[in-house]
Design a protein around this ligand. Structure first.
Ligand SMILES: [Zn+2]
Length: 148
């Protein structure tokens, strides 16, 4: 009986720990269909090396744009895509797009509320995170598809 109590106590402590860790609020930006391609070795050469970032306009929620960035420091590229819509602008219909935070690596800043989102940390910022889209290689990795 003592053993069971001990395990139960551990579970309570453990779940409290998980609860504390989850201080993030889900982003309320509605789903939109996203489907476009990028070519990191030709047209979109900004994305050919680590820290590269490019905004694709007229994509994502409300056409606010989608940012694609490059993370990998090895030969195998690692890309991530984030919607430019600031998730903290719900009151005004999510019309505000974040911009590149000049002087910092892979961070985006909202011109309205000033929140900085760290793309190296899965787009987290302001107690939430940017909408993230999937990326898959196509055509023997000559180009990539961004999709929702
Ligand atoms: Zn904002």
């Amino acid at each position: 009986m003592g053993k069971i109590l001990q395990i139960a106590c551990c579970l309570v402590v453990f779940s409290a720990f998980i609860a504390c860790d989850k201080d993030e609020v889900d982003n309320k930006i509605p789903y939109v269909r996203v489907d476009f391609r990028f070519y990191p070795y030709t047209t979109d050469s900004e994305l050919a090396s680590y820290g590269g970032i490019k905004m694709f306009s007229r994509q994502g929620y409300n056409g606010n744009g989608v940012f694609v960035c490059q993370f990998s420091m090895t030969d195998e590229p690692l890309f991530m895509a984030f919607d430019a819509t600031c998730p903290l602008e719900q009151d005004t219909g999510f019309k505000t797009a974040v911009r590149i935070d000049e002087g910092s690596v892979l961070k985006l800043k909202c011109p309205k509320c000033g929140t900085v989102f760290d793309l190296k940390n899965e787009g987290r910022g302001g107690g939430t995170r940017l909408t993230r889209y999937g990326i898959r290689p196509l055509g023997y990795k000559i180009y990539y598809q961004v999709y929702s």
